[in-house]
Design a protein around this ligand. Sequence first.
Ligand SMILES: O=C(O)CCC(=O)C(=O)O
Length: 151
Amino acid sequence: MMFGRKVMQPRLVAWQGDPGKSYRYSGVTWDPDPWGTAVAEIRDRLTTKLGIRFNSVLLNLYRDGHDCMGWHRDDEPELGPEPCIASVSLGAVRKFRFRKMGDPRQKAEVELGSGSLLVMAGRTQELWQHALPRMLRVKESRINLTFRVIR
Ligand SMILES: O=C(O)CCC(=O)C(=O)O
């Protein structure tokens, strides 16, 4: 929902997780689909690597470089303070940008390649916005899995 209107997101989205772990963002509530086998395997590898048992995941499909995600923070109340979000990327390499809240001249950019893991933790969501910009020359698709702990 933007300015009270329903707007199509320029990406395809699904939500998987433990029963009852619903997620509400941009005015939409997502009830979880059951864990897919491959997704649960990645979740378990993250538990081994990071020592965190994620109970849900947002799955994003960017069909090509036209699909994107605008500036935002993952700061919904159900994520609690200082959430740890583990972001796994597969497929096309895409840029991922950060800008500081209150001082957008402070920014950072990383390239997320296939198989990469980006961990956002501590005060990242409080202090920084992030975005995945359009990259029109990218013709391939990209899947991004952002594992979360819903409280
Ligand atoms: O696609 C990505 O790398 C990030 C997606 C994202 O920011 C989100 O779903 O909150």
